[in-house]
Design a protein around this ligand. Structure first.
Ligand code: GDP
Length: 562
Protein backbone atom coordinates (compact mmCIF):
# COMPACT_ATOMS: atom_id res chain seq x y z
CA UNK A 1 0.00 0.00 0.00
CA UNK A 2 1.68 3.24 -1.09
CA UNK A 3 1.18 6.60 0.59
CA UNK A 4 -1.45 7.67 -1.88
CA UNK A 5 -3.39 4.43 -1.50
CA UNK A 6 -3.07 4.63 2.30
CA UNK A 7 -4.36 8.19 2.22
CA UNK A 8 -7.41 7.34 0.15
CA UNK A 9 -8.09 4.27 2.35
CA UNK A 10 -7.96 6.51 5.44
CA UNK A 11 -10.27 8.99 3.73
CA UNK A 12 -12.62 6.14 2.91
CA UNK A 13 -12.63 4.96 6.56
CA UNK A 14 -13.31 8.47 7.83
CA UNK A 15 -16.16 8.85 5.38
CA UNK A 16 -17.62 5.58 6.62
CA UNK A 17 -17.40 6.84 10.20
CA UNK A 18 -19.34 9.94 9.24
CA UNK A 19 -21.81 8.29 6.91
CA UNK A 20 -22.74 5.30 9.06
CA UNK A 21 -24.39 7.19 11.96
CA UNK A 22 -26.22 9.43 9.48
CA UNK A 23 -27.48 6.40 7.61
CA UNK A 24 -28.51 4.70 10.87
CA UNK A 25 -30.38 7.78 12.11
CA UNK A 26 -32.18 8.14 8.80
CA UNK A 27 -33.24 4.49 8.83
CA UNK A 28 -34.56 4.76 12.40
CA UNK A 29 -36.54 7.91 11.67
CA UNK A 30 -38.00 6.32 8.61
CA UNK A 31 -38.90 3.20 10.54
CA UNK A 32 -40.50 5.22 13.34
CA UNK A 33 -42.55 7.28 11.00
CA UNK A 34 -43.84 4.04 9.59
CA UNK A 35 -44.74 2.69 13.01
CA UNK A 36 -46.08 6.08 14.01
CA UNK A 37 -48.53 6.07 11.22
CA UNK A 38 -51.82 7.88 11.74
CA UNK A 39 -53.97 4.77 12.00
CA UNK A 40 -52.32 2.72 14.70
CA UNK A 41 -55.35 0.52 15.19
CA UNK A 42 -54.57 -1.07 11.89
CA UNK A 43 -51.25 -2.40 13.08
CA UNK A 44 -51.72 -2.64 16.82
CA UNK A 45 -51.87 -5.82 18.80
CA UNK A 46 -55.64 -5.87 18.57
CA UNK A 47 -55.58 -5.89 14.84
CA UNK A 48 -57.53 -9.10 14.64
CA UNK A 49 -60.35 -7.94 16.90
CA UNK A 50 -60.73 -4.61 15.26
CA UNK A 51 -60.61 -5.99 11.79
CA UNK A 52 -63.76 -7.95 12.56
CA UNK A 53 -65.53 -4.58 12.39
CA UNK A 54 -63.13 -2.70 10.20
CA UNK A 55 -63.40 1.02 10.12
CA UNK A 56 -63.23 2.41 6.62
CA UNK A 57 -59.50 2.11 6.21
CA UNK A 58 -57.99 5.44 5.30
CA UNK A 59 -55.51 4.70 2.60
CA UNK A 60 -54.06 6.76 -0.14
CA UNK A 61 -56.59 5.34 -2.56
CA UNK A 62 -59.91 6.93 -3.41
CA UNK A 63 -61.69 5.01 -0.65
CA UNK A 64 -60.47 7.49 1.92
CA UNK A 65 -62.12 10.37 0.15
CA UNK A 66 -65.37 8.50 0.46
CA UNK A 67 -65.24 8.44 4.21
CA UNK A 68 -66.08 12.02 4.84
CA UNK A 69 -67.35 12.74 1.39
CA UNK A 70 -66.26 14.78 -1.50
CA UNK A 71 -67.33 18.32 -0.79
CA UNK A 72 -64.87 21.14 -0.10
CA UNK A 73 -63.16 19.96 3.08
CA UNK A 74 -62.64 16.27 3.37
CA UNK A 75 -60.07 15.52 5.97
CA UNK A 76 -59.64 12.16 4.32
CA UNK A 77 -58.73 13.99 1.14
CA UNK A 78 -56.12 15.87 3.08
CA UNK A 79 -54.66 12.56 4.07
CA UNK A 80 -53.97 11.91 0.44
CA UNK A 81 -51.85 14.97 0.56
CA UNK A 82 -48.44 13.93 1.80
CA UNK A 83 -47.97 17.37 3.38
CA UNK A 84 -50.54 16.60 6.07
CA UNK A 85 -48.34 15.64 8.98
CA UNK A 86 -49.03 12.98 11.55
CA UNK A 87 -49.30 15.83 14.08
CA UNK A 88 -52.19 17.31 12.12
CA UNK A 89 -53.88 13.95 12.04
CA UNK A 90 -53.30 13.37 15.75
CA UNK A 91 -54.70 16.84 16.48
CA UNK A 92 -57.79 16.08 14.48
CA UNK A 93 -58.17 12.65 16.01
CA UNK A 94 -57.99 13.99 19.56
CA UNK A 95 -60.13 17.00 18.64
CA UNK A 96 -57.34 19.53 19.09
CA UNK A 97 -56.58 18.33 22.59
CA UNK A 98 -60.18 18.00 23.84
CA UNK A 99 -59.91 14.24 24.16
CA UNK A 100 -57.48 12.72 26.62
CA UNK A 101 -54.91 10.37 25.16
CA UNK A 102 -54.96 8.17 28.24
CA UNK A 103 -57.70 5.75 27.19
CA UNK A 104 -56.75 2.27 26.12
CA UNK A 105 -57.50 2.56 22.44
CA UNK A 106 -56.61 -1.05 21.84
CA UNK A 107 -59.42 -2.38 24.03
CA UNK A 108 -61.88 -1.67 21.20
CA UNK A 109 -64.53 -0.73 23.75
CA UNK A 110 -65.24 2.63 22.13
CA UNK A 111 -64.49 2.65 18.42
CA UNK A 112 -66.19 5.99 17.81
CA UNK A 113 -63.73 7.83 20.05
CA UNK A 114 -60.88 6.97 17.67
CA UNK A 115 -62.67 6.81 14.34
CA UNK A 116 -65.09 9.71 14.41
CA UNK A 117 -62.46 12.01 12.92
CA UNK A 118 -62.65 9.97 9.74
CA UNK A 119 -66.29 10.95 9.33
CA UNK A 120 -66.29 14.50 10.61
CA UNK A 121 -64.61 17.56 9.21
CA UNK A 122 -62.08 19.20 11.50
CA UNK A 123 -63.82 21.87 13.51
CA UNK A 124 -62.86 25.46 12.66
CA UNK A 125 -63.44 26.22 16.36
CA UNK A 126 -60.44 25.31 18.47
CA UNK A 127 -60.80 24.71 22.21
CA UNK A 128 -58.69 27.03 24.36
CA UNK A 129 -55.69 25.71 26.25
CA UNK A 130 -57.46 26.90 29.39
CA UNK A 131 -60.55 24.80 28.75
CA UNK A 132 -58.36 21.81 27.94
CA UNK A 133 -56.52 22.25 31.24
CA UNK A 134 -59.89 22.41 33.02
CA UNK A 135 -60.83 19.10 31.41
CA UNK A 136 -57.58 17.43 32.44
CA UNK A 137 -58.05 18.72 36.01
CA UNK A 138 -61.61 17.45 36.02
CA UNK A 139 -60.47 14.01 34.83
CA UNK A 140 -57.95 13.93 37.65
CA UNK A 141 -60.64 14.79 40.20
CA UNK A 142 -62.96 12.16 38.76
CA UNK A 143 -60.22 9.55 39.09
CA UNK A 144 -59.65 10.55 42.71
CA UNK A 145 -63.30 10.70 43.73
CA UNK A 146 -65.16 8.51 41.21
CA UNK A 147 -67.35 5.56 42.18
CA UNK A 148 -65.86 3.17 44.71
CA UNK A 149 -62.69 5.14 45.21
CA UNK A 150 -61.49 5.50 48.76
CA UNK A 151 -62.98 9.01 49.01
CA UNK A 152 -66.28 7.97 47.50
CA UNK A 153 -66.68 5.03 49.87
CA UNK A 154 -65.75 7.16 52.85
CA UNK A 155 -68.44 9.71 52.10
CA UNK A 156 -71.14 7.35 50.93
CA UNK A 157 -70.97 4.78 53.68
CA UNK A 158 -71.66 7.06 56.59
CA UNK A 159 -75.29 6.13 56.58
CA UNK A 160 -75.81 8.98 54.15
CA UNK A 161 -75.07 11.57 56.78
CA UNK A 162 -72.34 14.13 56.46
CA UNK A 163 -70.70 15.96 59.26
CA UNK A 164 -69.85 19.63 59.04
CA UNK A 165 -66.30 18.71 58.07
CA UNK A 166 -67.45 16.66 55.12
CA UNK A 167 -68.83 19.78 53.53
CA UNK A 168 -65.30 20.98 52.95
CA UNK A 169 -64.17 17.68 51.54
CA UNK A 170 -62.40 17.68 48.20
CA UNK A 171 -64.85 15.14 46.83
CA UNK A 172 -68.25 16.67 46.22
CA UNK A 173 -70.78 15.26 43.85
CA UNK A 174 -73.28 16.37 41.28
CA UNK A 175 -75.76 13.72 40.28
CA UNK A 176 -77.51 14.03 36.93
CA UNK A 177 -80.96 12.52 36.54
CA UNK A 178 -82.90 12.12 33.31
CA UNK A 179 -86.02 13.91 32.20
CA UNK A 180 -87.76 14.22 28.85
CA UNK A 181 -86.39 13.06 25.51
CA UNK A 182 -82.82 12.39 24.43
CA UNK A 183 -82.19 15.90 23.10
CA UNK A 184 -83.22 17.45 26.42
CA UNK A 185 -81.15 14.90 28.30
CA UNK A 186 -78.00 15.56 26.28
CA UNK A 187 -78.37 19.31 26.65
CA UNK A 188 -78.73 19.08 30.40
CA UNK A 189 -75.86 16.59 30.67
CA UNK A 190 -73.58 19.09 28.95
CA UNK A 191 -74.82 21.95 31.14
CA UNK A 192 -74.46 19.86 34.31
CA UNK A 193 -70.94 18.81 33.33
CA UNK A 194 -69.96 22.44 32.88
CA UNK A 195 -71.47 23.23 36.26
CA UNK A 196 -69.44 20.36 37.75
CA UNK A 197 -66.24 21.79 36.26
CA UNK A 198 -67.03 25.24 37.62
CA UNK A 199 -67.78 23.98 41.12
CA UNK A 200 -65.15 21.22 41.36
CA UNK A 201 -67.75 18.54 41.72
CA UNK A 202 -67.69 15.02 40.36
CA UNK A 203 -70.41 14.31 37.83
CA UNK A 204 -72.25 11.02 38.26
CA UNK A 205 -75.07 10.10 35.93
CA UNK A 206 -78.12 8.08 36.84
CA UNK A 207 -78.71 6.13 33.64
CA UNK A 208 -81.51 3.62 33.40
CA UNK A 209 -81.54 0.77 30.90
CA UNK A 210 -82.90 3.24 28.36
CA UNK A 211 -79.57 5.11 28.35
CA UNK A 212 -76.94 2.55 29.20
CA UNK A 213 -76.38 1.52 25.59
CA UNK A 214 -75.90 5.00 24.12
CA UNK A 215 -72.53 6.43 25.05
CA UNK A 216 -68.99 5.39 25.86
CA UNK A 217 -67.53 6.31 29.21
CA UNK A 218 -66.15 9.83 28.75
CA UNK A 219 -63.55 9.95 31.54
CA UNK A 220 -60.43 7.81 31.64
CA UNK A 221 -59.82 5.35 34.49
CA UNK A 222 -63.15 5.92 36.24
CA UNK A 223 -66.82 5.51 35.47
CA UNK A 224 -69.38 8.30 35.34
CA UNK A 225 -72.26 5.91 36.13
CA UNK A 226 -73.88 6.43 39.49
CA UNK A 227 -73.44 3.19 41.44
CA UNK A 228 -76.68 1.42 42.24
CA UNK A 229 -75.84 1.46 45.94
CA UNK A 230 -75.75 5.26 46.02
CA UNK A 231 -77.33 6.07 49.40
CA UNK A 232 -79.87 8.50 48.01
CA UNK A 233 -81.93 5.73 46.54
CA UNK A 234 -82.05 3.86 49.85
CA UNK A 235 -82.82 6.66 52.20
CA UNK A 236 -84.42 9.93 51.23
CA UNK A 237 -85.03 11.31 54.66
CA UNK A 238 -81.86 13.40 54.75
CA UNK A 239 -82.61 15.04 51.48
CA UNK A 240 -84.02 18.50 51.19
CA UNK A 241 -85.00 20.58 48.24
CA UNK A 242 -83.20 23.67 47.13
CA UNK A 243 -86.27 25.84 47.73
CA UNK A 244 -86.56 24.70 51.37
CA UNK A 245 -82.92 25.35 52.01
CA UNK A 246 -82.97 28.71 50.27
CA UNK A 247 -85.95 29.74 52.35
CA UNK A 248 -84.30 28.71 55.61
CA UNK A 249 -80.78 29.93 54.88
CA UNK A 250 -81.05 32.53 52.16
CA UNK A 251 -79.84 35.99 53.05
CA UNK A 252 -79.38 35.38 56.79
CA UNK A 253 -76.84 33.60 58.91
CA UNK A 254 -78.97 30.66 59.85
CA UNK A 255 -77.26 28.37 62.32
CA UNK A 256 -79.13 25.37 61.01
CA UNK A 257 -76.91 22.70 59.53
CA UNK A 258 -77.09 22.39 55.76
CA UNK A 259 -78.26 19.03 54.44
CA UNK A 260 -75.81 16.52 53.01
CA UNK A 261 -77.94 15.79 49.97
CA UNK A 262 -79.98 18.35 48.15
CA UNK A 263 -82.37 18.07 45.25
CA UNK A 264 -81.98 20.86 42.77
CA UNK A 265 -84.94 20.84 40.46
CA UNK A 266 -84.40 23.12 37.48
CA UNK A 267 -87.08 21.63 35.27
CA UNK A 268 -89.13 24.16 33.38
CA UNK A 269 -92.36 22.73 34.74
CA UNK A 270 -91.13 23.02 38.31
CA UNK A 271 -90.02 26.58 38.56
CA UNK A 272 -89.52 27.80 35.05
CA UNK A 273 -88.41 31.39 34.90
CA UNK A 274 -88.74 31.83 38.64
CA UNK A 275 -85.76 30.23 40.30
CA UNK A 276 -82.73 32.00 41.75
CA UNK A 277 -80.12 29.51 40.67
CA UNK A 278 -78.42 32.27 38.62
CA UNK A 279 -77.76 34.37 41.73
CA UNK A 280 -74.43 34.32 43.53
CA UNK A 281 -76.08 33.90 46.93
CA UNK A 282 -77.69 30.63 45.75
CA UNK A 283 -74.32 29.39 44.59
CA UNK A 284 -72.70 30.25 47.91
CA UNK A 285 -75.27 28.10 49.61
CA UNK A 286 -75.11 25.24 47.13
CA UNK A 287 -71.33 25.23 47.41
CA UNK A 288 -71.61 23.98 50.98
CA UNK A 289 -73.72 20.95 50.14
CA UNK A 290 -71.67 17.80 49.47
CA UNK A 291 -74.10 16.05 47.14
CA UNK A 292 -76.40 17.85 44.72
CA UNK A 293 -78.98 15.84 42.82
CA UNK A 294 -79.88 17.87 39.81
CA UNK A 295 -82.85 17.38 37.62
CA UNK A 296 -83.44 19.57 34.60
CA UNK A 297 -84.68 19.46 31.04
CA UNK A 298 -83.15 22.81 30.15
CA UNK A 299 -79.89 23.97 28.61
CA UNK A 300 -79.17 26.32 31.50
CA UNK A 301 -75.67 27.34 30.35
CA UNK A 302 -76.70 31.02 29.94
CA UNK A 303 -77.61 31.01 33.67
CA UNK A 304 -74.03 30.00 34.45
CA UNK A 305 -72.77 32.97 32.45
CA UNK A 306 -75.02 35.25 34.55
CA UNK A 307 -73.37 34.20 37.81
CA UNK A 308 -70.65 36.75 38.64
CA UNK A 309 -68.38 34.22 40.34
CA UNK A 310 -68.39 31.99 37.22
CA UNK A 311 -68.49 34.48 34.42
CA UNK A 312 -64.80 35.29 34.17
CA UNK A 313 -63.77 31.66 34.28
CA UNK A 314 -66.33 30.80 31.62
CA UNK A 315 -65.18 33.58 29.33
CA UNK A 316 -61.64 32.31 29.63
CA UNK A 317 -62.78 28.79 28.80
CA UNK A 318 -64.99 29.90 25.91
CA UNK A 319 -63.94 33.21 24.37
CA UNK A 320 -66.18 32.17 21.45
CA UNK A 321 -69.42 32.08 23.40
CA UNK A 322 -71.31 30.03 20.85
CA UNK A 323 -69.00 27.03 21.13
CA UNK A 324 -69.92 25.77 24.59
CA UNK A 325 -72.02 22.78 23.58
CA UNK A 326 -69.88 22.24 20.47
CA UNK A 327 -66.81 21.51 22.62
CA UNK A 328 -68.49 19.89 25.61
CA UNK A 329 -70.69 17.74 23.38
CA UNK A 330 -67.74 16.50 21.33
CA UNK A 331 -65.84 15.78 24.52
CA UNK A 332 -68.62 13.93 26.34
CA UNK A 333 -70.73 12.11 23.79
CA UNK A 334 -69.11 9.22 21.96
CA UNK A 335 -71.55 6.74 20.45
CA UNK A 336 -71.36 3.24 21.92
CA UNK A 337 -70.12 0.53 19.55
CA UNK A 338 -73.73 -0.49 18.90
CA UNK A 339 -74.75 3.02 17.87
CA UNK A 340 -71.48 3.51 16.00
CA UNK A 341 -72.13 0.47 13.84
CA UNK A 342 -75.48 1.92 12.77
CA UNK A 343 -73.91 5.31 12.10
CA UNK A 344 -71.02 4.01 10.03
CA UNK A 345 -73.21 1.60 8.08
CA UNK A 346 -75.58 4.37 7.12
CA UNK A 347 -72.70 6.66 6.30
CA UNK A 348 -70.94 4.18 4.09
CA UNK A 349 -74.11 3.18 2.26
CA UNK A 350 -75.69 6.58 1.70
CA UNK A 351 -73.43 9.47 2.62
CA UNK A 352 -69.94 8.48 1.57
CA UNK A 353 -70.32 8.86 -2.18
CA UNK A 354 -72.57 11.91 -2.16
CA UNK A 355 -71.09 15.29 -3.04
CA UNK A 356 -73.11 16.97 -0.36
CA UNK A 357 -75.14 15.88 2.65
CA UNK A 358 -78.19 17.78 3.81
CA UNK A 359 -79.99 16.98 7.05
CA UNK A 360 -83.68 17.72 7.45
CA UNK A 361 -85.05 17.30 10.97
CA UNK A 362 -88.81 17.40 11.16
CA UNK A 363 -90.23 17.57 14.65
CA UNK A 364 -93.93 18.11 14.76
CA UNK A 365 -95.28 19.04 18.15
CA UNK A 366 -98.93 18.17 18.40
CA UNK A 367 -100.17 21.65 18.79
CA UNK A 368 -100.38 23.63 15.55
CA UNK A 369 -99.89 20.53 13.44
CA UNK A 370 -99.90 21.45 9.75
CA UNK A 371 -100.61 18.85 7.03
CA UNK A 372 -97.60 16.77 5.94
CA UNK A 373 -97.75 18.25 2.45
CA UNK A 374 -97.51 21.82 3.75
CA UNK A 375 -94.38 20.95 5.68
CA UNK A 376 -92.88 19.21 2.62
CA UNK A 377 -93.63 22.31 0.53
CA UNK A 378 -92.10 24.48 3.21
CA UNK A 379 -88.92 22.36 3.27
CA UNK A 380 -88.62 22.56 -0.51
CA UNK A 381 -89.24 26.32 -0.50
CA UNK A 382 -86.58 26.72 2.20
CA UNK A 383 -83.98 24.51 0.57
CA UNK A 384 -84.43 26.04 -2.89
CA UNK A 385 -84.33 29.57 -1.50
CA UNK A 386 -81.08 28.86 0.33
CA UNK A 387 -79.68 26.78 -2.53
CA UNK A 388 -79.40 23.58 -0.55
CA UNK A 389 -81.44 21.65 -3.09
CA UNK A 390 -81.99 22.35 -6.79
CA UNK A 391 -85.40 23.21 -8.16
CA UNK A 392 -87.42 20.43 -9.78
CA UNK A 393 -87.72 20.56 -13.56
CA UNK A 394 -91.38 19.68 -13.91
CA UNK A 395 -91.25 19.82 -17.74
CA UNK A 396 -88.76 17.01 -18.07
CA UNK A 397 -89.48 13.39 -17.08
CA UNK A 398 -87.14 11.73 -14.60
CA UNK A 399 -84.01 10.30 -16.18
CA UNK A 400 -83.09 6.70 -15.60
CA UNK A 401 -80.58 6.34 -12.79
CA UNK A 402 -78.02 4.86 -15.23
CA UNK A 403 -78.09 8.05 -17.34
CA UNK A 404 -77.42 10.22 -14.30
CA UNK A 405 -74.74 8.16 -12.73
CA UNK A 406 -71.95 10.68 -13.33
CA UNK A 407 -73.92 13.67 -12.12
CA UNK A 408 -73.15 15.28 -8.81
CA UNK A 409 -75.38 14.01 -6.08
CA UNK A 410 -76.89 15.25 -2.87
CA UNK A 411 -77.90 12.93 -0.05
CA UNK A 412 -80.79 14.13 2.08
CA UNK A 413 -81.19 12.61 5.53
CA UNK A 414 -84.71 12.98 6.85
CA UNK A 415 -85.07 12.54 10.61
CA UNK A 416 -88.64 12.31 11.77
CA UNK A 417 -90.96 10.17 13.81
CA UNK A 418 -93.23 9.87 10.77
CA UNK A 419 -92.50 8.02 7.52
CA UNK A 420 -94.66 10.32 5.37
CA UNK A 421 -92.00 13.01 5.15
CA UNK A 422 -89.22 10.77 3.88
CA UNK A 423 -91.61 8.93 1.54
CA UNK A 424 -93.03 12.07 -0.04
CA UNK A 425 -89.65 13.78 -0.49
CA UNK A 426 -88.07 10.63 -1.88
CA UNK A 427 -90.89 10.13 -4.38
CA UNK A 428 -90.65 13.72 -5.51
CA UNK A 429 -86.98 13.46 -6.42
CA UNK A 430 -87.33 10.00 -7.92
CA UNK A 431 -90.16 11.06 -10.22
CA UNK A 432 -88.65 14.35 -11.35
CA UNK A 433 -85.44 15.70 -12.79
CA UNK A 434 -83.82 18.76 -11.25
CA UNK A 435 -83.03 21.89 -13.27
CA UNK A 436 -79.34 21.45 -12.54
CA UNK A 437 -79.48 17.73 -13.34
CA UNK A 438 -78.12 17.01 -9.90
CA UNK A 439 -79.29 13.75 -8.39
CA UNK A 440 -81.06 14.07 -5.04
CA UNK A 441 -81.44 10.93 -2.96
CA UNK A 442 -83.59 10.94 0.15
CA UNK A 443 -83.11 8.58 3.09
CA UNK A 444 -84.99 8.24 6.34
CA UNK A 445 -83.36 5.75 8.72
CA UNK A 446 -86.37 5.24 11.00
CA UNK A 447 -89.93 6.29 11.70
CA UNK A 448 -90.81 5.47 15.27
CA UNK A 449 -94.27 7.10 15.05
CA UNK A 450 -94.11 8.28 18.64
CA UNK A 451 -91.63 9.19 21.34
CA UNK A 452 -90.64 6.20 23.52
CA UNK A 453 -87.88 7.66 25.65
CA UNK A 454 -87.82 4.81 28.16
CA UNK A 455 -86.89 2.33 25.44
CA UNK A 456 -83.19 1.67 24.89
CA UNK A 457 -83.35 0.74 21.19
CA UNK A 458 -85.59 3.70 20.43
CA UNK A 459 -83.00 5.97 22.04
CA UNK A 460 -80.15 4.34 20.10
CA UNK A 461 -82.01 5.14 16.86
CA UNK A 462 -82.58 8.70 18.02
CA UNK A 463 -78.89 9.11 18.94
CA UNK A 464 -77.82 7.60 15.60
CA UNK A 465 -79.94 10.13 13.74
CA UNK A 466 -78.79 13.05 15.84
CA UNK A 467 -75.20 12.04 15.11
CA UNK A 468 -75.80 11.56 11.37
CA UNK A 469 -77.49 14.97 11.18
CA UNK A 470 -74.39 16.42 12.83
CA UNK A 471 -72.24 14.96 10.03
CA UNK A 472 -74.18 16.85 7.36
CA UNK A 473 -72.88 19.86 5.45
CA UNK A 474 -76.05 21.83 6.16
CA UNK A 475 -79.14 21.45 8.25
CA UNK A 476 -82.79 22.36 8.19
CA UNK A 477 -84.27 21.95 11.67
CA UNK A 478 -87.56 22.40 13.47
CA UNK A 479 -88.37 25.15 15.90
CA UNK A 480 -88.02 24.51 19.60
CA UNK A 481 -86.51 21.08 19.17
CA UNK A 482 -83.65 20.06 21.44
CA UNK A 483 -83.10 17.03 19.16
CA UNK A 484 -82.11 19.48 16.43
CA UNK A 485 -80.05 21.64 18.81
CA UNK A 486 -77.77 18.74 19.73
CA UNK A 487 -77.20 17.88 16.06
CA UNK A 488 -76.41 21.47 15.05
CA UNK A 489 -74.03 22.12 17.93
CA UNK A 490 -72.14 18.85 17.56
CA UNK A 491 -71.81 19.55 13.85
CA UNK A 492 -70.83 23.19 14.39
CA UNK A 493 -73.68 24.24 12.11
CA UNK A 494 -76.02 27.20 12.07
CA UNK A 495 -79.19 25.60 10.77
CA UNK A 496 -82.09 26.99 8.82
CA UNK A 497 -85.02 26.82 11.22
CA UNK A 498 -88.41 26.07 9.70
CA UNK A 499 -91.06 28.63 10.56
CA UNK A 500 -94.31 27.52 12.06
CA UNK A 501 -96.81 26.57 9.34
CA UNK A 502 -100.58 26.82 9.73
CA UNK A 503 -103.04 24.96 7.52
CA UNK A 504 -101.92 24.89 3.90
CA UNK A 505 -100.10 28.18 3.91
CA UNK A 506 -96.36 28.04 3.51
CA UNK A 507 -94.82 30.63 5.82
CA UNK A 508 -92.97 33.46 4.16
CA UNK A 509 -90.03 33.28 4.61
CA UNK A 510 -90.23 29.49 5.03
CA UNK A 511 -87.16 29.35 7.27
CA UNK A 512 -84.69 31.51 9.11
CA UNK A 513 -80.94 31.10 9.66
CA UNK A 514 -79.96 30.63 13.32
CA UNK A 515 -77.52 33.27 14.47
CA UNK A 516 -75.64 30.83 16.69
CA UNK A 517 -75.00 27.12 16.80
CA UNK A 518 -75.60 27.09 20.57
CA UNK A 519 -78.81 25.48 21.86
CA UNK A 520 -81.58 27.73 23.12
CA UNK A 521 -82.42 27.93 26.85
CA UNK A 522 -86.21 27.89 26.60
CA UNK A 523 -87.07 29.03 30.12
CA UNK A 524 -84.32 31.39 31.33
CA UNK A 525 -84.65 33.14 34.68
CA UNK A 526 -86.32 36.49 34.81
CA UNK A 527 -85.44 37.81 38.26
CA UNK A 528 -82.77 40.38 38.90
CA UNK A 529 -80.60 39.04 41.74
CA UNK A 530 -79.65 42.44 43.08
CA UNK A 531 -83.15 43.90 43.34
CA UNK A 532 -85.87 41.85 44.95
CA UNK A 533 -89.07 41.30 43.02
CA UNK A 534 -87.68 42.99 39.93
CA UNK A 535 -87.60 41.23 36.61
CA UNK A 536 -84.99 41.88 33.98
CA UNK A 537 -84.34 41.05 30.33
CA UNK A 538 -80.87 39.54 30.53
CA UNK A 539 -80.07 40.39 26.92
CA UNK A 540 -79.89 44.01 28.07
CA UNK A 541 -77.23 43.09 30.65
CA UNK A 542 -75.18 40.61 28.64
CA UNK A 543 -74.39 41.31 25.00
CA UNK A 544 -73.36 37.73 24.37
CA UNK A 545 -76.94 36.54 24.97
CA UNK A 546 -79.83 37.04 22.63
CA UNK A 547 -83.38 35.85 22.32
CA UNK A 548 -83.74 32.75 20.22
CA UNK A 549 -85.10 32.90 16.68
CA UNK A 550 -87.41 29.98 17.42
CA UNK A 551 -88.43 30.77 21.03
CA UNK A 552 -88.74 34.49 21.57
CA UNK A 553 -88.56 34.32 25.36
CA UNK A 554 -85.60 31.92 25.27
CA UNK A 555 -81.90 32.80 25.48
CA UNK A 556 -78.98 31.71 23.34
CA UNK A 557 -75.28 32.48 23.74
CA UNK A 558 -73.87 34.22 20.67
CA UNK A 559 -70.39 35.04 19.56
CA UNK A 560 -69.58 38.71 19.79
CA UNK A 561 -66.99 39.88 17.30
CA UNK A 562 -64.64 42.38 18.94
P1 GDP B 1 -87.49 17.57 21.36
O1 GDP B 1 -88.73 17.06 22.03
O2 GDP B 1 -87.66 17.79 19.91
O3 GDP B 1 -86.95 18.77 22.07
O4 GDP B 1 -86.37 16.44 21.44
P2 GDP B 1 -86.10 15.30 22.48
O5 GDP B 1 -84.98 14.48 21.89
O6 GDP B 1 -85.87 15.83 23.83
O7 GDP B 1 -87.41 14.42 22.55
C1 GDP B 1 -87.97 13.88 21.42
C2 GDP B 1 -87.78 12.36 21.36
O8 GDP B 1 -88.71 11.82 20.40
C3 GDP B 1 -86.42 11.92 20.88
O9 GDP B 1 -85.49 11.82 21.91
C4 GDP B 1 -86.74 10.61 20.26
O10 GDP B 1 -86.95 9.66 21.25
C5 GDP B 1 -88.07 10.89 19.57
N1 GDP B 1 -87.83 11.52 18.27
C6 GDP B 1 -88.24 12.76 17.89
N2 GDP B 1 -87.85 13.01 16.62
C7 GDP B 1 -87.19 11.91 16.20
C8 GDP B 1 -86.54 11.56 14.97
O11 GDP B 1 -86.46 12.32 14.02
N3 GDP B 1 -85.95 10.33 14.91
C9 GDP B 1 -86.00 9.46 15.96
N4 GDP B 1 -85.41 8.27 15.82
N5 GDP B 1 -86.61 9.75 17.12
C10 GDP B 1 -87.18 10.96 17.24
Amino acid sequence: MNNKTRLSFTTFLSLCFIAFPILLTFTLIHHNSFIFQPFPNIIDKHQHRISQHPPPTPTTTTTSSHIIGTKNHSFANQENDSHVSSTTIANHKFLDGLLPSTFDEGSGSCLSRYHSYLYRKPSPHKPTAYFISKLRNYEHLHTLCGPHTHSYNKIMTKDAKFTKNDASTKCKYLVWTASNGLGNRMLTLAAVFLYAILTDRVLLVKFGDDMLGLFCEPFPHSSWLLPRDFPYWKDRKHIQTYENVLMKHGGNNSKELLPSFLILNLQHTHDGHNNFFHCDYSQELLHKVPVLILSSDQYFVPSLFMIPSFRQDLSKMFPEKDTVFHHIGRYLFHPSNEAWELITKFHETHFAKANERIGVQIRVFNTHKAPHQTIINEIIACSVKHKLLPELDLQKPAEAASVLKNQTSKAVLVASLFSEYGDKLRALYLRNTTVTNEVVRVYQPSHEERQKSSNGMHNIKAWTEIYLLSLCDSLITSRKSTFGYVAQSLGGLKPLILQRAFGETIPNPPCQRARSMEPCFHYPPKYDCSRSNTTVDFTSLFHDMMHCEDVSSGLRMVNIKH
